[in-house]
Design a binder for this molecule. Structure first.
Ligand code: GLC
Length: 412
């Protein structure tokens, strides 16, 4: 027995002296951090020579972005693995390891084409697609049934249903993301697209064209009307995803715009709205279309990390993006697969049927403007629309000013 103990101690000492430590940034929205910890624990058990330390990040994508700028610009080897929003590859590409030479190792052939494409910068693949997101409309099935309504297809229908039910039930009508951060850009893009407008097309600012100006103004006016008429609470201008989700999950709202991560939480055993929630595509405006903003996160590796760290990081990224972990992430944390085959997985179909039923929404989700100066573009979109929501600008003025500033930023 003593000999065995000595052997085990020596073995672990031997392994730890060769162990490499890597740091990884991770989000903590909903259940994602809980799951990341579980998966990383398993990974370390299978790879005793790799020690992974998690650096939890703030919920706001904008706040994460600003931290990354600080980390990466300073040239430090940490964090080694970076969780990257879909809108950042172009900006952070110069700091990331090219994964293209490892295309087969990561099995990128089995990934949804769009998720790989969004990580291609100058013919390099700068990150591995981890999970994909699309905006959806959550609604209270039980309440719509009680008042005799079908799920809405248009914004006008949503407005009327939300107003009626919220006034009779003394709850909020419709909650969404109205704080000044990246989530507002995502919501605004859905409103604008669903009214048939566009802000930037193919790198060109088009929001003040004859074709788009009126539609964009109409979209912003509708957002403001929701607040003015009390369908959306005034506090929405401080809401990010989690604030909206808590409100809806506690039974205090009829509708919620959110990402799929809210599904397992709304249906958890202790959720007041368990089994009472339905999901439909985001409604359309007059003459518009259904539109979901494309979201999602990728895993990139810091170019300034050591060779041993980069090798270990590749193993970790391969593990976290492998089929089993993706299915587990979809069912446990509502963060959906970037791997095609996972969409026919029986467990996902059983636990989150909307993921399979509304697969088209994931596939046709619309990207935010694609540009290397995305952060500045998004900041301008947020600033002017936030100004409309808070009564600082009239929608017409906001769109005119936004167009002018965007032209300065993208240079046309
Ligand atoms: C979600 C999306 C991400 C988006 C963010 C905005 O995390 O996946 O792409 O930028 O929400 O809040």
């Amino acid at each position: 027995m003593k000999k065995l103990l000595l052997f085990v101690t020596l073995l672990s000492f031997f392994i730890s002296s060769f162990a490499v430590t890597i740091t990884m940034t991770a989000g903590a929205v909903g259940k994602e951090l809980e799951l990341t910890n579980i998966q990383i624990q398993r990974f370390m058990e299978e790879n005793p020579d790799i020690n992974v330390q998690i650096l939890p990040m703030p919920n706001s994508s904008t706040a994460r972005h600003d931290l990354y700028v600080t980390y990466l610009a300073s040239g430090t080897p940490d964090p080694v693995v970076l969780m990257l929003d879909v809108v950042w590859p172009a900006e952070f590409a110069p700091f990331l390891v090219d994964l293209k030479p490892d295309y087969d190792y990561f099995g990128f052939d089995g990934f949804l084409e769009g998720t790989i494409k969004s990580n291609v910068v100058d013919d390099k693949i700068v990150a591995a697609p981890w999970f994909t997101d699309a905006g959806f409309m959550y609604y209270r099935k039980d309440l719509l049934e009680k008042y005799g309504y079908d799920a809405p297809n248009t914004w006008n229908e949503l407005y009327n249903i939300a107003k009626d039910i919220s006034e009779n039930e003394f709850i909020d009508g419709f909650v969404w993301q109205g704080a000044k951060y990246e989530g507002l850009t995502c919501d605004v893009m859905e409103f604008v697209h669903s009214f048939g407008g566009e802000i930037i097309d193919n790198g060109k600012v088009v929001v003040d064209n004859a074709e788009n100006y009126d539609k964009t103004v109409a979209a912003l006016k509708f957002m403001k009307k929701l607040i003015d008429d009390g369908v959306t609470p005034k506090g929405v201008t401080t809401y990010m995803e989690e604030e909206a989700r808590r409100q809806f999950q506690n039974g205090n709202a009829v509708f919620m715009r959110n990402w799929p991560y809210a599904w397992p939480l709304a249906n958890a055993s202790d959720s007041p709205v368990k089994g009472k929630v339905g999901i439909v595509p985001v409604p359309m405006g007059d003459n518009g279309r259904h539109s979901a903003t494309l979201g999602g996160w990728n895993l990139g590796i810091n170019k300034n990390s050591s060779k041993a760290q980069i090798d270990a990081a590749k193993k970790l990224v391969k593990y976290l993006t492998a089929y089993d972990q993706q299915v587990e992430r979809a069912t446990y944390a509502g963060q959906n697969p970037t791997m095609k085959s996972a969409y026919s997985d029986a467990k996902i179909k059983e636990e989150a049927p909307f993921v399979v039923d509304l697969y088209d929404v994931f596939i046709s989700a619309e990207p935010r403007p694609v540009t290397a100066v995305y952060s500045e573009v998004s900041d301008a979109i947020q600033r002017y629309t936030y100004g409309v929501l808070t009564g600082q600008y009239k929608a017409e003025d906001a769109v005119t000013r936004m167009a002018k500033e965007l032209k300065q930023i993208v240079g046309n």
